[in-house]
Design a protein around this ligand. Structure first.
Ligand SMILES: [Zn+2]
Length: 464
């Protein structure tokens, strides 16, 4: 996934820290680079590749590093779509934690790119290649972290599980298969997902680390009108297209009521500290026991992102009606795509849609069954080390818990009762997000800093 979703500028009210200083390549960095190069070199697209060779390459590396073969599994729904699941054992004093990234990538054509997308190319301070930012960088960093912890003989008080999944870019098949068939391999107290949460640079300077602790819930609904129709030379007042259009007009004018959950509450508290005084005041006003409704409306109008964080949204995305140019329409349909706040039950959202449509001739029909995805608690066990280690490497950079307005694989784990924290380690320029596009890249310096960050952060989570 990895789509940049912070569509507004952060105004820096803090003194930015300098870039983490990265000296000449250390052995750990050399290892991190080697693993990244190996993963980029394996085509893991659904169209022309397979995740299985990439999972096997990682398995070989871990076994060579001393992991027992039984703790390194290559398993999955099909021969082409295998996942890698590995376990670094601890004392078992606490429940395991799960590190998650995906091995599959979106198609990339050599003819579209300036270089071979399936060869890691280092050029002018960047690593280029399909998957460098989505999300083989984090897959490689997690593998290097496991090997480093093993090599250093760090005493873990809990097992550390790594899952590198298949199918994330298509159907979520890898993680769904693991949950259904091999929950034993990945069962953990919580998950750190490398494929969510955006640490962002502006003009080369780190400005924010957002941590995805919640996501909205996807739901499609169809509005449908039927009518006897007839010859278009003899129009009658009751017309399927007009009825549907009128219902859509009412929907266009409607806003779901604003609602906060613990994650979005923390989000606005923290973001307020980075904003100009008027926006900050509005954010604080919406955090009051009785939210200031004028402030809510100003923020909603200021940014589609704020609006989407504050409420469930349902928007018309497709329209289909009529069967001939010279006939009155017998059917008119619209697809309405809802992104529901995790605290808004689907029954309530559908009931509100029906009351907004306000016409029993317009049927409101669910197209899919949404997967609930409860927000993950903002626990000090995760956020304590996260803040401390972020500030060691990037002093002054704010850590902002966030609710993703799209949807990620995290929802399957959240729905299965496992909290998920999206913590990507590699800072990226806010205006240079190339995931799924041509000449995908990450900064070399940012990659090595992310490698060191992840090692320190994960180590803090598995030791006491
Ligand atoms: Zn991704």
């Amino acid at each position: 996934m990895r789509v940049h979703f912070l569509t507004f500028a952060f105004v820096l009210l803090i003194t930015p820290g300098a870039h983490a200083q990265v000296p000449a390549m250390t052995p750990n960095q050399a290892l991190g680079r080697e693993i990244l190069a190996e993963l980029i070199g394996i085509n893991t697209t659904r169209e022309h590749g397979s995740t299985t060779p990439a999972a096997e390459a990682v398995a070989r590396r871990l076994v060579a590093a001393g992991f027992p073969a039984a703790d390194v599994q290559v398993v999955g729904p099909t021969e082409k779509d295998k996942n890698l699941v590995a376990r670094l054992r601890g004392t078992g004093k606490r429940r395991p934690i799960l590190l998650l990234a995906h091995l599959d990538v979106v198609e990339a054509l050599r003819s579209d790119w300036s270089m071979d997308p399936f060869t890691l190319t280092e050029q002018n301070g960047y690593f280029y290649g399909r998957g460098t930012s989505d999300i083989k960088d984090m897959a490689a960093i997690f593998v290097a972290t496991l090997i480093r912890l093993k090599r250093e003989g760090v005493a873990l008080d809990r097992d550390l599980i790594l899952a590198l999944e298949s199918g994330e870019e298509t159907d979520g098949g890898g993680i769904r298969w693991l949950l259904a068939e091999r929950r034993d391999l990945i069962d953990a107290e919580y998950c750190i997902n490398g494929d969510a949460g955006d640490p962002l640079l502006q003009n080369g300077r780190p400005v924010v680390r957002s941590v995805q602790a919640s996501e909205k819930v996807y739901h499609d609904v169809q509005l449908e009108v039927h009518n006897p129709g007839g010859h278009s030379s003899l129009p009658v007042p009751d017309n399927a297209i007009y009825r549907l259009a009128a219902a859509l007009q009412r929907l266009a004018a409607f806003h779901f009521p604003p609602s906060l959950n613990p994650v979005t509450r923390a989000y606005f508290e923290r973001v307020a500290e980075t904003q100009p005084p008027d926006i900050a005041a509005d954010m604080r006003a919406l955090l009051r026991d009785v939210p200031d409704s004028a402030a809510v409306e100003r923020l909603s109008q200021r940014s589609p992102l704020f609006n989407s964080i504050l409420r469930t949204t349902c928007v018309a995305t497709r329209l289909d009606a009529g069967h001939a140019n010279n006939a009155l329409p017998q059917t008119a349909r619209a697809v309405v795509n809802c992104r529901m706040l995790p605290q808004d039950p689907v029954e309530r959202v559908e009931a509100m849609l029906r009351s907004v449509v306000a016409d029993t001739a317009v049927a409101v029909i669910p197209i899919d069954t949404p997967t609930p995805s409860p927000p993950s608690p903002i626990t000090p066990e995760v956020f304590g080390p996260l803040e401390r280690i972020t500030h060691q490497l990037w002093p002054g950079v704010p850590i902002i818990p966030s609710m993703e307005t799209g949807a990620t694989d995290g929802l399957f784990l959240r729905n299965a009762g496992m909290p998920v924290y999206g913590v990507s380690a590699v800072f990226m320029e806010a205006d240079d997000i190339r995931a799924h596009g041509r000449d995908e890249r990450i900064g070399v310096r940012e990659y090595y800093a992310g490698l060191e960050f992840t090692y320190r952060f994960v180590k803090a989570l598995v030791t006491r």
